[in-house]
Write a protein that binds this ligand. Structure first.
Ligand SMILES: Nc1nc2c(ncn2[C@@H]2O[C@H](COP(=O)(O)OP(=O)(O)OP(=O)(O)O)[C@@H](O)[C@H]2O)c(=O)[nH]1
Length: 415
């Protein structure tokens, strides 16, 4: 089963988080880059209790969900999936070196869905992708498997934003499967396409692993309006439900409304927001990470201003933000997430490539799959830049942001 989050557990790492010295009071001398910038006052609209549990029991983590730990990451499906993902750079801090005293356990299963909730989420995903699924399923009502079927399929896949490379790959593999498995019925071809899609998308499935550092620092980037701030809010709410204390850094010092949006959200949800009226986003985020270390907060999420990959100076600014976060806490940021709007089609792939080249992304959040999105973009990403997809969004409510699941997604695409 796919987990909402995973928990990094055991050993010295979680009991003794690295460098607990409150850096807020005594910043690291190495932080000259950030120190040169204006310090950001820590504004705590509503303060988070300093005693927020670092590794609190996880709701719903019934013993059955937590099999006996085995040395060095042997949780079956979860770890296999993690290893299958090329950017397994997110493997927790020096895991290999600490294999003797660290275990990984999948102890954070998905929350028990409220009646109808899961169903309504899937319904929204299906209806969001209905344009693509209508196009694809129409093809398989034919009676024969012929060139026309493959041509229509090619058009439908290209129209779904899968792009030339993923489309050619899927069609080539499909023809091969039809030949070797001697398929004769178009419905069998549909099932074969589903299997190929699942295989293609599966490496993108990955759970966010909690508890491998304190704080776990996530930097969130993306173009304007992709849904960064909204996703941070939703994710913070999910994290709170998993007993994680959260602190937000309003690193979008460019757009006042974004800062306000985050602050209001923080006030409503009892989450501290570190913000500054203007100035250097790196300094704001540096202070936020330092404050989180001092307060023993579990997760820091750092918002950043939207920017286009072609705005080279702004991309350089992001690289600086990342470097400075590393000075506030060694090994940070643990996650560099890109938020992409699925409605931007192939442009989203270009964004993934550009931001990955600049920042070495560890994951994606794909938003607005409830809109006019066609969904094939995930096949293009899987084929051309397989950065894991942690979450997908199908609406504006908190529960509209859910973990990406390749099978559910393939089913929604194929109708
Ligand atoms: N329909 C839909 N709307 C979404 C989703 N995610 C975010 N939005 C909306 O998209 C709009 C932009 O979201 P923001 O979170 O402000 O985007 P941002 O990336 O922070 O924008 P900038 O600060 O300008 O860079 C808002 O109206 C959100 O409510 C989603 O999954 N579905």
């Amino acid at each position: 089963m796919f987990s909402f989050f995973k928990r990094f557990k055991g050993g010295k790492s979680s009991e003794t988080p690295p460098q607990d010295t409150p850096a807020a009071q005594s910043p690291s001398p190495a932080a000259s880059e950030a120190a040169a910038a204006q310090p950001a006052p820590v504004s705590s609209p509503v303060s988070v209790p300093a005693s927020a549990p670092a590794i609190a029991p996880v709701p719903g983590s019934a013993p059955a969900a937590a099999p006996a730990p085995q040395p060095a990451a042997v949780q079956p499906s979860a770890i296999a999936r993690t290893e299958a993902v090329p950017s397994a750079a997110v493997e927790p801090l020096g895991l290999a070196q600490q294999a003797d005293d660290i275990e990984i356990e999948e102890v954070v299963p998905p929350p028990a869905p409220e009646p109808g909730q899961k169903q309504s989420w899937l319904t929204r995903l299906r209806s969001g992708l209905s344009k693509t699924s209508a196009g694809l399923t129409g093809i398989f009502v034919r009676t024969k498997i012929d060139d026309e079927l493959y041509e229509e399929l090619e058009t439908a896949l290209l129209m779904s934003d899968a792009g030339v490379e993923a489309t050619e790959f899927l069609l080539g593999a499909l023809r091969e499967k039809v030949r070797t498995e001697r398929l004769t019925d178009p419905q069998q071809v549909k099932a074969a396409l589903r299997a190929l899609l699942v295989d293609l998308l599966k490496p993108l499935e990955k759970s966010l692993m909690l508890g491998r550092a304190q704080p776990l620092v996530m930097m969130i980037a993306g173009v304007n309006g992709a849904g960064k701030t909204t996703s941070i809010g939703k994710l913070a709410k999910h994290l709170q439900r998993f007993d994680q204390s959260v602190l937000l850094a309003a690193g979008d010092t460019f757009r006042a409304a974004a800062r306000e949006q985050l602050t209001i959200w923080g006030e409503r949800n009892n989450v501290t927001v570190v913000s500054q009226e203007s100035g250097d986003p790196a300094a704001v985020i540096f202070d936020a990470v330092s404050a989180a270390r001092a307060r023993k907060i579990d997760v820091v999420m750092a918002d950043t201003a939207g920017r286009l990959p072609t705005q080279l100076h702004l991309m350089e600014e992001l690289r600086k933000v990342k470097r400075v976060i590393g000075k506030a806490q060694e090994g940070s940021p643990h996650e560099v997430l890109l938020v992409i709007d699925a409605n931007t089609g192939q442009n989203a792939l270009a964004q993934v490539k550009a931001f990955d080249d600049a920042l070495t992304l560890t994951g994606l959040i794909v938003t607005k799959l409830d809109g006019t999105a066609k969904g094939g973009i995930l096949a293009a990403i899987a084929r051309q830049r397989p950065v894991p997809v942690y979450f997908i969004g199908v609406g504006e409510k908190v529960e509209d942001l859910q973990p990406f699941n390749a099978e559910e997604f393939a089913d929604a695409l194929l109708g």
